[in-house]
Ligand binder design. Structure first.
Ligand code: NAD
Length: 291
């Protein structure tokens, strides 16, 4: 297939290269020459603009920073440049309202579009092991699925337009809140004189167990692969967790849902990002809680 890939940064770069490796003709466009350089070195063709990438493409994939970039890309050029039978796939993490509106605008134009945000960081993007949560009509999902499968290990249809984003922010709101709770508990255990490994051995097999504890344990030792073992470098940046918690709060306000734990996690991550810049893994919230 001929695939246009718009936004080949930290995540999109690895994803585009997986499509190249699967045998597709990938035409990549990014505002950053460094980002373009990485994918052209891996076998993609550099496009001169988003329109240049999208013209005649069977599929258009976008992986951009935020909702306003995605809206500008589709309303500004991609809707007009897309072939009528192309599938449009936005993998960026953006607000539910924009995703819904763009999905509906595509349908009005007779175009097939899905929102397909991902779970998994840059390592999963490079390895092709992302999880995709997909919103859009069943027929658009069926068209997008084989392409997404070449970049991920799981592709799940969440419902109509915007429901991929809804699933992503609800999931990450749980993740943010459980990480804060897990880090708080490790700090309390420390202060009570309870050894961290012993606490982990008990809680990871008891009702305190969660992904935050068993995959990204916020203290070094119990889970050797967790970012805590490398001073919180890499992993899922605290700034991105804050972004997702803000998107969840925005969606909760629009939907009239009460999310006090999400709000509490958001204010703590805001403090962490203000204090540290937010590039460390989100499990570094434990530093803030230690005081
Ligand atoms: P990034 O900043 O590395 O990449 C975004 C790229 O988009 C940049 O290279 C930028 O130059 C390019 N860009 C911006 N506007 C553009 C435009 N108009 N036309 C063409 N290119 C444009 O960000 P990232 O880490 O790759 O994240 C991308 C998306 O994936 C975000 O929505 C983020 O929330 C989401 N996400 C990231 C991670 C992660 O661990 N990094 C994990 C899950 C989801």
């Amino acid at each position: 297939m001929q695939i246009a890939f718009i936004g080949v940064g930290n995540m999109g770069g690895g994803m585009a290269l997986n499509l190249v490796n699967a045998g597709h003709d990938v035409r990549a466009f990014d505002l950053s020459p460094e980002a373009r350089g990485r994918v052209t070195a891996g076998g993609a063709t550099a496009a001169t603009s988003a329109t240049d990438a999208a013209t005649d493409a069977d599929a258009i994939v976008t992986m951009l920073p935020a909702g306003h970039h995605v809206r500008a890309a589709y309303e500004g050029t991609l809707f007009a440049a897309a072939r009528p039978d192309a599938i449009l796939i936005d993998c960026s993490t953006i607000d539910v309202a924009t995703a819904r509106e763009l999905g509906e605008a595509a349908a009005t134009r007779g175009l097939a579009m899905v929102d397909a945000p991902v779970s998994g960081g840059t390592a999963a993007a490079d390895a092709g092991t992302l999880t995709f949560m997909v919103g859009g009509p069943q027929s658009a999902f069926a068209q997008a699925r084989p392409i997404l499968e070449q970049m991920g290990k799981a592709v799940i249809h969440a419902g109509g337009p915007g429901m991929g984003q809804a699933a992503k922010i609800c999931n990450n709101m749980i993740l943010g809140a459980t990480m804060v709770a897990t880090a708080e508990a490790f700090v309390l255990a420390e202060k009570l004189g309870l050894d961290a490994q012993t606490f982990f051995d008990i809680s990871s097999k008891a009702s305190g167990q969660s992904w935050s504890m068993t995959s990204y344990c916020p203290v070094p030792g119990p889970v050797p692969t967790s970012p805590a073992n490398r001073d919180y470098a890499g992993g899922f940046a605290a700034a991105l967790m804050l972004k997702d918690l803000k998107l969840a709060a925005e969606a909760a306000s629009t939907a009239g849902a009460s999310t006090p734990m999400g709000a509490s996690a958001q204010s703590l991550y805001q403090l962490l990002v203000n204090n540290s810049g937010g590039s460390d893994d989100f499990s570094s919230i434990i530093r803030l809680l230690r005081g």
